[in-house]
Write a protein that binds this ligand. Sequence first.
Ligand code: SF4
Length: 293
Amino acid sequence: MSKDIATFSIVAGSLVCNARCAFCVAPMTPANGIGTKEPVINWRNFRKAAQYARDGHCSTAMITSKGEPTIFPEQVSKFLDELEPFNFPIIEMQTNGLLIAEGKKVTDEHLQHWYDKGLTTVAISVVHYDAEKNRQIYVPHKKEYIDLAALVAKLHKFGFSVRLAVVLVKGYLDSIEEIQKMVAFAKANKVEQLTMRPVTKPEESENESIFKWTSEHHVSDDFVNEVNAMLESGGRVIDELAHGATVYDYQGQNVCMTNCLTVATSQHELRQVIFYPDGHLRYAWQYAGAVIF
Ligand code: SF4
């Protein structure tokens, strides 16, 4: 395969997550060998996968998980150590941010090490700017959600860029007024990037209750069009990404409207290659057969 590769995704952690999102798609895509314990990583294949991505002109490596990667902070450190020789200009990590905010399991030493090893961007998954709304989705079993503004400030203090990765859910951010407040929150907290995507409603599901929940809480296509129209009229398109996302400068705030779980159809670019701990490299989350080695 000689296509250019947009993102080198690294599946860290395990299936375990400390949040309880009703829309979590992780159980809906094939496990591909991931369990609930800290996995043993096939480091030989990891280096091959990183080389493959760099040979495909990939500039972004993204540490992600089928659960929550920061549950195993030493493993995140090891991934960053192993990535260092490949010189990816952009290294991102997707997280729910809870353990970073708490500062017990993920310590300041971890954060400093991750910064020193090249982590550029921490992408925090949220559904709202309001703590109670985020609590209902992420930690319904707890009394309080974290202080999101304080978490952003903490990450900035260490030198990271912050992306708020917003999942649009009916009953949460589902009006133009609320979207504008979300943008204002991002701007007030100097969040570098704000991405928004509708909650994923897959066609096929391995889990009926999640499929039902996402079907009931999916925002309409009309609403997505309204948000795009708002961003276009009040801002400027600054990039069109290969997988159908549009990036805007909206009154000085970077905002990206994106879709999820799409398989790239471009003849020249693969949206991503995905490294699994057992050593397999794939190019689609939802098809176990999409395997490179
Ligand atoms: S934070 Fe992410 S992995 Fe964890 S339950 Fe929510 S969607 Fe799933």
